[in-house]
Design a protein. Structure first.
Lengths: 151, 151, 151, 151
């Protein structure tokens, strides 16, 4: 995994500001816990209102966290005037997401002018143990010419 | 697309009962609007607290609906004592999910004893128009021997 | 599935000419059997030198055919001066590819200026029966400004 | 990435024997260059008869190598009497595969009794430089009860 350099020195501010406008992140109680060039981490405390029928955190929430971490990992390397959209992703659910909290890591695999490919891993933290519960590959797009899209 | 026959005549009851235990579906206000053998539809009214930074329904919610519709489409064809888990899925976001509501269709492509492959399409409804906003392929697993998993 | 209109009236010629330059297609003996706007079919007779360890056509060949059919389905709707590249795809192998021949259908789901999303289905033909053996979602990219890439 | 222990001490022999029965690997000239528990590497010298229309190694071949490396990485951890089949995979093509050779690494992310999830990375080697050209997540299945499938 290479280290990347951000082209916009205000990348962290830009990521945090955009994240704060994602209403869904507030609704589910997700927090941005790391912002580096090409690498973002999002954490979520376990909540019973986010579960599926067996009491695990719903795969949809696990994927949402990974997708968002990947999106902002890509966004952190984009130009200051770019917006980011998810083109597509694929996720494998490896183990049930149970425990006290869930942490999603998103990292850029290959940055690009238009498309950025990222990988995401999600971990469940239970009693001090950290277990990988999901793995993702995501394709993100930089949008620079569409009005109404900021960040 | 073939028609499938359910091996459990109570498949609809079983799907509805399991769906009702998905706390996340209550939290986001999703409704089960169609249950046929191998085919399930889930609807969601637009809600500002489920948006991403540009005001669209978050890709994670779009994916959650498609994943859940695919999961129950698979579950509808499973044995009465089986539980269903998502192995993996891949989703392409085709257009921003804007409008009054979002509808996710999940259909079984290939049922199997252990694995069932499904396709999911998500539509945004705006002023009477229905526009496809996402497409998914998902792999679901039938679990019959793990205690503590029901439905 | 909508019908699409080609923006380049010579789309079929362009597709056939590009296909003929794919050495791999010659190597494996694949044929372009249908070219419509947004829809392409590729066929391959069973060959023992393309099998995996159980004597089925190798998943890699099944995927190659679906990827190529999707790529040309996308390419058929692109501008006359565009080249096409595969961004990514996901494929589920549903059944072993056994029989006399394999047919891959690629269809455009959503065309776009930069990205085109396609779906691909692969069928094995055996004794008159046609069985679906794989299903794919693929993302294709239109490249218009990179020298050295034609078609 | 954890290290894994093989449950069958003859895992390398089993992998090499199965690989040698993959006719497609002979046809394209691929070689098994590393076999460890949960990790397999396959190499291929550049060949003009495996190219797509721009002279790059065809994405289908890149994917075939990654799929096969992932499949044998999974197989190396399986029981002595198991066969392996690819359930599905997703691949992103990051850069054109040009150069003297292509190397595919497959590694197990999460082994399982029925399903094993793997990641695959493909590199192109050109003039001493090694460049990542593709990344994959794959789901493999252990088959133990179907007659006619060995290895």
């Amino acid at each position: 995994m290479k280290d990347f350099a951000a082209q916009d020195e205000n990348f962290e501010l830009r990521v945090r500001e955009s994240f704060s406008r994602q209403n869904l992140m507030k609704t589910i109680g997700a927090n941005l816990t790391k912002v580096l060039p090409g690498e973002v981490e999002i954490s979520l405390g376990f909540r019973d209102d986010l579960t599926q029928q067996h009491g695990f955190i719903h795969a949809g929430i696990v994927a949402t966290l990974a997708d968002t971490a990947c999106g902002y990992a890509a966004f952190s390397l984009m130009a200051a005037d770019a917006a980011v959209l998810t083109v597509e992703y694929k996720i494998n659910l490896l183990s049930p997401a149970v425990g006290e909290s869930v942490i999603a890591h998103g990292k850029v695999t290959k940055p690009g002018r238009t498309l950025t490919v990222c990988s995401g891993d999600v971990f469940a933290v239970k009693g001090g143990d950290k277990k990988m519960v999901a793995t993702m590959i995501a394709t993100m797009m930089s949008i620079r010419d569409r009005e109404g899209l900021a960040g």
